[in-house]
Design a protein around this ligand. Structure first.
Ligand code: BTN
Length: 321
């Protein structure tokens, strides 16, 4: 009920809603409304209560609150169960555990801080308290394991589109799924799949967004390559609004993918990519390649035109300029 109460009060954007109107809409007693207001106050929400006018929402807490996120979401599945934690080694581990125990698709694990955030290729991920979005999402796609890279690309498209809308910044995707502003990374995606006989059982989509970090939050050697939304655009962002925008976008694209396959996602990815049509060096598990990436294959692999004109599909690599 607190989720519906918050939705009602935030839709009225700081205006009073009478106790009677709330209890009618939510079909609960006025005492129950009062109790929920008290509970929300304990979580850090600030309300003004007037015997004559009712209640109005003044301020939401600075930390992430599952009820608030859920009250703003338009999704049917993604983010309908949210586990919010203070500090964890990595949200990936918690999400794996929940998925193995049968958590439904769309279950989201959020942490204010990660002590051992993981990146791709065995790297770490800087995840200071309260400054970014460190989250892992349980997905249960009906997909054969070789097609898992398609999901990584889909997630990058959803993240790029939602962050562009919210910030107005020129954000591009570097293959496969890094988001960059002016060549510096603001967000990374780590997909970990568990399969049974070549079919995916579940995927944990780990998403890190460097939202309100300042230069001091990064180790010096990373400042050449990494930036936060705040540092890049000069203002800070409401993390709840970013999460909501992303999950709404991701569910729409995920449904489109289920209905129409990878083709529409591929076009969207190619349009947002900053990796195509310029020479690149790719360090693959089989060796180093130089060529010009020209697009994506149906499988999600990167198509690279080599010096002799051959177009090669690359599934996994580290990409340099
Ligand atoms: C990368 O670009 O290397 C991927 C970074 C992924 C970071 C996120 S933060 C939430 C989730 N938990 C982790 O430990 N990693 C992912």
């Amino acid at each position: 009920m607190s989720e519906r109460l918050l939705r009602l009060l935030s839709e009225r954007q700081g205006e009073y809603v009478s106790g009677e109107a709330i209890s009618k809409q939510l079909q609960v007693s006025r005492t129950a409304v009062w109790k929920q207001i008290r509970k929300l106050q304990e979580k850090g929400y600030r309300f003004e209560a007037s015997p004559r006018l009712g209640y109005r929402l003044l301020e939401a807490p600075a930390h992430l609150e599952p009820e608030e996120i859920m009250s703003k979401l338009s999704t049917k599945r993604l983010g309908r169960r949210i586990e919010r934690l203070e500090a964890v080694p990595s949200t990936q581990d918690i999400a794996h555990q929940l998925a193995a125990e049968g958590a439904p698709e769309g279950t989201l694990v959020l942490a204010e801080q990660q002590l051992k955030g993981r990146g791709r290729m065995g790297r770490g991920w800087v995840s200071p308290r309260g400054k970014g979005i460190w989250m892992s999402l349980v997905l249960r796609p009906r997909l054969a394991l070789p097609f898992a890279p398609q999901l990584t690309l889909l997630t990058a498209v959803a993240l790029c589109r939602s962050l562009r809308r919210m910030s107005g910044a020129e954000i591009g995707i570097k293959w496969p799924n890094d988001l960059l502003i002016d060549g510096k990374k603001i967000s990374g995606i780590l997909l970990e799949s568990t399969a049974e006989e070549e079919r995916i059982r579940y995927v944990i989509a780990g998403i890190g967004i460097s939202v309100n970090l300042e230069a001091d939050d990064y180790p010096d050697e990373l400042l050449q390559r990494a930036v936060s939304l705040r540092m890049a655009t000069g203002r800070s962002y409401d993390r709840t609004a970013l999460i909501v925008e992303f999950l709404d976008e991701l569910e729409q694209l995920y449904d489109l993918f289920a209905q129409e396959g990878f083709a529409p996602i591929r076009s969207l990815w190619e349009a947002l990519s900053v990796s195509l049509h310029r020479p690149a060096t790719l360090t693959t598990p089989q060796g180093v390649l130089t060529g010009v990436p020209v697009g994506l294959a149906e499988s999600g692999a990167l198509l690279v035109r080599l010096g002799d004109g051959e177009v090669r599909a690359v599934f996994s690599a580290e990409m340099g300029a």
